[in-house]
Design a protein around this ligand. Structure first.
Ligand SMILES: NC(=O)c1ccc[n+]([C@@H]2O[C@H](COP(=O)([O-])OP(=O)(O)OC[C@H]3O[C@@H](n4cnc5c(N)ncnc54)[C@H](O)[C@@H]3O)[C@@H](O)[C@H]2O)c1
Length: 305
């Protein structure tokens, strides 16, 4: 069976997602789309240059929306004119307009696969994509707190001197300023971090800030972030293509709060199989609800103008 993946937005993030998929041989065909057609064509040409060097063959096609009709997965990575903003919500006016322009074209192609959204503000844009597409909410999800969770694993792993892969647990809530590390879920080798810290004086709030501020720190130096999110997205694309039933922290629909928000969810071939709300402490529960309010307020902000 041919595994076909579309990517809209051939900038830093979209191109690095394609690069990850090609180098890891995770799909057979990539459709790269961008309003800057020259850029999408160049990116695809460079990716095709890799064909003789990678283990498996991946076909890359540029700028043809009609090719999406039988794609299994579509990654949204369109961006605003400038990325240098500390709060991702500031991208909303531009990125909302961009997805409202591209999604009807996607649906017109006959696309019926799973949409994975990266574009910021991720949770808000994911909801707009779902509403605009008319696809079931399980078939549309965002990368959400995947990247923040990877950052948390780096911060915690480096603090305790462990491989970040040995850290389990989740960052939850908005992929933005109101996110929080759900410390009660974080373990190292099965032991809760608080227990492992023992008598050490750990500044948990500072660690939380290091996780939340990680993206801004990178943006200030290089102007964009892409390696982490591209790697996380490649894992999610693979989870859909292989019907993995794996758990990832993504922006999934919360039925009770009527909002897309970062939480652990099981990913399979039709998208979200189920969400798995961990048992949070009272403090974390409050943080989750207040983060949901931030996302909802951003969604409603358009109607106030
Ligand atoms: N969710 C996450 O964890 C995460 C991490 C990093 C970046 N991002 C977000 O990803 C997005 C892309 O970032 P980037 O660094 O690749 O930006 P970029 O400027 O390098 O690329 C964005 C691309 O989108 C294209 N584009 C804009 N409007 C379009 C439209 N209507 N149709 C087709 N193409 C369009 C642009 O031409 C450009 O090539 C941003 O919103 C950024 O904030 C999210």
């Amino acid at each position: 069976m041919t595994r076909k993946v579309g990517i809209i937005g051939a900038g830093h993030v979209g191109a690095d997602v394609a690069f990850s998929l090609v180098t890891q041989g995770l799909c057979d065909i990539i459709i790269l789309l961008d309003e800057n057609e020259k850029k999408a064509a160049s990116q695809s040409l460079e990716l095709r240059d890799m064909a003789s060097l990678t283990a498996s063959r991946v076909q890359v096609i540029a700028n043809d929306y009609s090719e999406l009709h039988d794609a299994d997965v579509l990654v949204i990575a369109v961006g605003p004119k400038t990325l240098l903003r500390e709060d991702r919500l500031e991208e909303l006016a531009e990125t909302r307009a961009a997805v409202r322009e591209v999604i009807p074209r996607v649906i017109a192609s006959g696309f019926g696969g799973v949409i994975i959204n990266i574009t910021n503000p991720c949770d808000v844009i994911t909801q707009i994509i779902q509403q605009t597409s008319g696809l079931p909410d399980s078939q549309v999800f965002g990368t959400g707190t995947s990247l923040d969770t990877a950052r948390m694993k780096r911060v915690v792993g480096e603090f305790f001197g462990f491989d970040p892969k040995s850290v389990t647990g989740y960052v939850m809530g908005e992929h933005g300023e109101s996110q929080f590390v759900a410390w009660s879920t974080v373990t190292l080798g099965g032991r809760p971090v608080a227990e492992l810290a023992g008598d050490r004086d750990v500044d948990w709030a500072k660690m939380n800030d290091a996780v939340r501020g990680g993206g801004w720190e990178i943006l200030q130096g290089k102007g964009w972030t892409s390696f982490g999110i591209a790697t996380a997205t490649a894992r999610l694309v693979d989870a859909v293509l292989s019907n993995a039933q794996s758990v990832y922290p993504v922006s999934a629909w919360d039925e009770e709060l009527s909002v897309y928000i970062g939480q652990p969810a099981v990913i399979g071939k039709s998208g979200i199989v189920q969400t798995l709300q961990p048992e949070l402490t009272a403090y974390e529960g409050v943080a989750y609800h207040s983060s949901a309010r931030v996302i909802t307020a951003a969604l409603k902000s358009e109607h106030k103008k």
